[in-house]
Design a protein around this ligand. Structure first.
Ligand code: GRF
Length: 228
């Protein structure tokens, strides 16, 4: 049976689109079982509908508290039996109960080189800090916001004339490559979260995550090497 993804969005869904495209191109051996949005106006919903993917819209404003909303998300999502829950621009802080329920199968992409610039406005903050490089990180989600164990990262240079918009576009282009590749490791059963941290092909990876531009030979295909 193919690996089932549930993708959670709040916005335009360009990462969702990259995932859909990678599946259609045969680069990601998985299926998107459902797309869930907390906003009826999220552009990503149209991308899902165009691709024939079931959608769920749950407006958090209709729930008295975070816990009630998250419990409803759990019961709705579980009807689709997701193997991995993929946060792709989902702009809600998740409750402990939600994070624990999906422990080891909940993954996020964050637009910075974690642990630098957790939280919002990462591109602006990278510019303000005078960083010479920036990028994005895919990580397992734990109860610490943007603090779960890193899986992989893609770096970009920060150039002298960059503004927030240009820098965000440069990072997003890397997100669209990075996320489907990491999800394919996951779909192939190669990527797990153990008590000691992230394991790829049964081996621990470095704390900052695998640099996607410095993959050991063979890693993107079959088994990896000791250099991870
Ligand atoms: C991305 O920048 C991602 O890193 C962050 O939210 C944004 C989502 O963008 N978590 P999109 O909706 O996929 O276009």
């Amino acid at each position: 049976m193919s690996h089932r993804l549930a993708v959670l969005i709040s916005g335009s869904g360009t990462n969702l689109q990259a995932i859909i495209d990678a599946i259609q191109a045969g680069q990601l051996q998985a299926e998107v079982a459902v797309v869930l949005s907390n906003s009826a106006t999220a552009g990503g919903l149209q991308r899902a509908i165009r691709a024939g993917i079931p959608t769920l819209t749950l407006d958090h404003r209709n729930y008295p508290d975070r816990s009630g909303f998250d419990q409803t998300m759990i019961s709705e999502l579980d009807r689709f039996q997701p193997d991995t829950v993929v946060l792709a621009g989902f702009m809600r802080i998740l409750s402990t109960a939600f994070v624990r329920h999906y422990h080891g199968r909940l993954i996020n992409i964050h637009p910075s080189l974690l642990p630098r610039h957790k939280g919002l406005h990462t591109h602006r903050r990278a510019l303000e800090a005078g960083d010479s490089e920036h990028g994005c990180t895919v990580h397992f989600v734990t109860e610490e916001l943007d603090g779960g164990p890193a899986i992989a990262r893609a770096r970009v240079p920060v150039l002298v004339n960059d503004d927030e918009e240009i820098l965000s576009q440069r990072v997003q282009a890397r997100e669209h490559d990075l996320y489907p590749r990491v999800l394919d490791w996951r779909a192939a059963g190669r990527l797990t979260l153990g008590p000691q941290g992230v394991l790829l092909d049964g081996k621990p990876i470095t704390a900052e995550g695998i640099d996607i531009d410095q993959l050991p030979a063979g890693l993107s295909g079959s088994a990896g090497t000791d250099r991870i």
